[in-house]
Design a protein around this ligand. Structure first.
Ligand SMILES: Nc1ccn([C@@H]2O[C@H](COP(=O)(O)OP(=O)(O)OP(=O)(O)O)[C@@H](O)[C@H]2O)c(=O)n1
Ligand SMILES: C[C@](O)(CO)[C@H](O)COP(=O)(O)O
Length: 240
């Protein structure tokens, strides 16, 4: 099958509790620019390819909350809701199970709390995965880094490292087989799962704007990014 015939899919994982955000509700539902984070994220994928099936993974206890929010905000963008698990690994696994098991294609796994993914990143990641089977978005480090051992630390060469983001795109049959492995505490993302399964991970350039909303100050950044987009709707996304 040629890559142009392969279908695109996306699994948006939002099955976590957002404990580091220390908010009254899970961070994926917090408003930024007057709208829940997840609505921004889903819209970015829909704008990239309106025909692509979107699977949204949510905590079981929050499915009703989401349905309520969709009603309150008249949010009608098509997506399939799936219940998550106790770890990101389990949530991705549940998302994968919701996709047609016979289908080939490329699937992106994306953190629901990374609402600033843009078309250029999505295009590059899907293209690379169509061509090479894996594509993981990453950026270079802006700060110096030190390796800590016991009570001391030592400078290390930051050019040897990358900060990993999402989307992480894979040929669908490969990701399914990789996620059939037993879960390991070392699995922090999809790349680590696929790498353990024995496949090379290809990197694609991400963006410093593609942040994961993790701690409270990230919400301030998010508001600033949205304000900037509102003031300059046609502006290129912020570059590194
Ligand atoms: N059981 C889980 C845990 C995490 N995630 C998702 O994985 C993404 C990245 O995880 P992280 O930022 O760590 O989210 P939380 O686990 O919600 O945050 P925290 O670790 O602060 O509790 C988030 O979109 C989160 O909702 C998930 O789908 N299922
Ligand atoms: C998947 C991820 O966002 C890539 O940076 C990250 O690994 C999630 O990590 P967390 O520990 O769940 O925040």
């Amino acid at each position: 099958m040629s890559s142009s015939e392969l279908k695109k899919y996306a699994i948006i994982v939002a099955g976590g509790s957002g404990s580091r955000m220390q908010a009254a509700q899970p961070k994926q539902f917090l408003p930024i620019g007057g709208e829940p984070v997840l609505m921004h994220t889903l819209r970015r994928f829909h704008a990239f390819d309106p025909t692509m099936p979107l699977v949204l993974v949510l905590p079981q206890a929050e499915v009703k909350t989401w349905q309520g929010l969709c009603g309150d905000y008249s949010f009608t963008l098509p997506h399939q809701v799936v219940v998550g698990g106790t770890s990101r690994f389990q949530s991705v696994k549940n998302g994968l199970a919701a996709l047609d098991q016979e289908q080939d294609g490329v699937v992106a796994v994306h953190d629901g709390v990374r609402p600033f993914v843009d078309n250029a990143i999505l295009q590059a990641a899907y293209n690379k995965a169509f061509a090479q089977g894996t594509a993981v978005v990453a950026v270079s480090l802006k700060d110096s880094i030190r390796r800590v051992r016991g009570g001391s630390s030592k400078a290390v060469d930051r050019s040897a490292y990358r900060l990993v983001q999402t989307p992480q795109c894979f040929r669908l049959p490969l990701l399914r087989r990789a996620y059939a492995q037993p879960e390991s505490p070392l699995f922090t993302d999809d790349a680590s799962v696929v790498e353990r399964f024995g496949h090379k991970i290809h990197l694609v350039e991400g963006s410093f704007k593609n942040i994961k909303l993790t701690t409270p100050e990230d919400l301030l950044l998010a508001e600033a990014f949205l304000q900037q987009e509102k003031n300059q709707p046609s502006a290129e996304p912020l570059k590194k």
